[in-house]
Design a protein around this ligand. Structure first.
Ligand code: FMN
Ligand code: FE2
Ligand code: FE2
Length: 403
């Protein structure tokens, strides 16, 4: 394995995971994921920044040894304690017994809580500095709740380099190169939207605080814990995280999420899509909630400006996969999307009613009266679907027009 250099005193010692099916047991990884770890070397000391997931520990240890030879790393800095970055701590301590573990008070209490590892801790606070020798100074910037309470950023001042933890990270393993300068990174952007919306999405307010804080320091390189190291495309990456964390849509399009057992609701969803297209909406994503993975649906909901939710009535309530979508949307505080609702039923029209009630709890009012269609949608129902589509398109245009 070749250990990649990010600068003279920073090496990549992270790993790729192309085996795990679902990140956090939830989110599919069609392109894998990387657990990034870095080694910073100074004239006096060296520090590993961020760890890797347990099953990849030996690979990380080998990478560190290949750079340091017989020298031991002095510090392990933990920006984030989620086990994808901390799982290997016990093994690192076994390999390097004198390793001082550096983190804020919350991170260090989690080290003990998760792994029973104690002693030789160095607790850091906002603004603290740790010198590794001449011109190699780490400082610590607290960025809580991106997306855990202990999250922080470690800044290597002389290199203008920020180790940002999960912030600015994305799904997608690294294919050879590590730094964006050395590869075509377009493919990582959709994986960044999915990573952000799935995992960090609820914590937009805290991501905004972190971005504002980081705005005060000069950053030329971002080393996140997942995905490429950003240098050339920093502005785009920070811009994307900035927009997503403000719940700003990336397109003026619509996500239509539907469920359908026998095709009636689906027919209405297709009809609404056609009417939206007629009304000039150019980005329409139709998702079958029973088949398409929730992960991609959440990414679309963050991406597009408008939402249509269409569900049959199922045992007196919403079709279960759609209930999961609505929960995912509201859990993440995604409540500023103009929304329209369609329901199907045969004997008691519950779906549209229950969806509307659930949305109301989160302050979402449909842009037009929801439609409840009985059995096969009639010509009249389809006409009302058209009216609904035009009302939604009109609302999106209004939102788009600067006042
Ligand atoms: C398992 C199951 C449960 C259902 N529960 C209800 C119900 O509680 N109330 C109702 O009016 N219709 C109920 N229906 C009927 C469907 O909502 C109705 O046929 C609808 O048109 C189905 O839409 P679809 O063709 O898009 O699947 C149920 C159907 C199935 C298969
Ligand atoms: Fe995390
Ligand atoms: Fe992570």
């Amino acid at each position: 394995m070749k250990v990649q250099k990010i600068s003279d005193n920073v090496h990549y010692v992270g790993v790729n995971d192309r085996t795990t099916d679902r990140f956090e047991s939830l989110w599919p990884l069609p392109n894998g994921v990387s657990y990034n770890s870095y080694l910073v070397t100074g004239s006096d000391k060296s520090a590993i920044i961020d760890g890797v997931e347990l099953s990849h520990a030996l690979q990380q240890i080998d990478a560190v040894k290949s750079i340091l030879g017989d020298r031991q790393p002095d510090y392990l800095v933990i920006n984030h304690m989620e086990p994808d970055h901390s799982g290997a701590i016990s093994l690192l301590r076994q390999a390097f017994p004198d390793l001082t573990i550096v983190g804020n008070a919350q991170a260090l209490s989690m080290v003990e809580g998760f792994y029973g590892v104690t002693g030789n801790f160095l607790t850091v606070k906002e603004g603290d500095e740790l010198s590794l020798g001449e011109n190699v100074t780490l400082s610590f910037i607290m960025t809580p709740m991106v997306h855990w309470p202990e999250t922080m950023v470690t800044y290597l001042r002389e290199n203008k380099l920020a180790f940002s933890g999960d912030a600015f990270g994305c799904f997608g393993a690294l294919n050879g190169a590590v730094v964006d300068t050395d590869m075509d990174t377009d493919r990582y952007f959709s994986e960044m939207i999915r990573y952000y919306s799935n995992i960090v999405g609820k914590y937009g307010v805290f991501v905004q605080k972190a971005i504002k804080k980081l705005d005060n320091i000069e950053i030329e390189t971002i080393c996140p814990t997942h995905g490429p190291v950003w240098h050339d495309r920093i502005e785009e990456v920070v811009g994307l995280y900035n927009r997503l964390s403000r719940y700003e849509p990336l397109t003026d399009g619509v996500t239509i999420v539907y469920g359908s057992m026998y095709g009636n609701t689906e027919r209405m969803a297709e009809f609404v899509a056609e009417a939206l297209a007629d009304a000039g909406v150019r980005n329409i994503s139709i998702r079958n909630a029973a088949k398409d993975d929730l992960s991609f649906i959440i990414a679309d909901l963050f991406t597009n400006a408008g939402v249509v939710i269409a569900s049959p009535t199922y045992s007196d309530t919403v079709f279960p996969p759609l209930a999961a979508v609505i929960d995912a949307m509201t859990l993440r505080g995604l409540v500023n999307r103009p929304t329209a609702v369609l329901g199907e039923y045969t004997w008691s029209p519950q779906a549209a009613k229950k969806i509307t009630a659930r949305l109301a709890e989160c302050g979402i009012t449909p842009v037009i009266e929801p439609i409840s269609a009985k059995q096969s949608p009639t010509a009249e129902v389809l006409e009302s679907c058209k009216t609904l589509a035009y009302a939604l398109a009109g609302q999106l245009k209004k939102a788009d027009t600067p006042s």
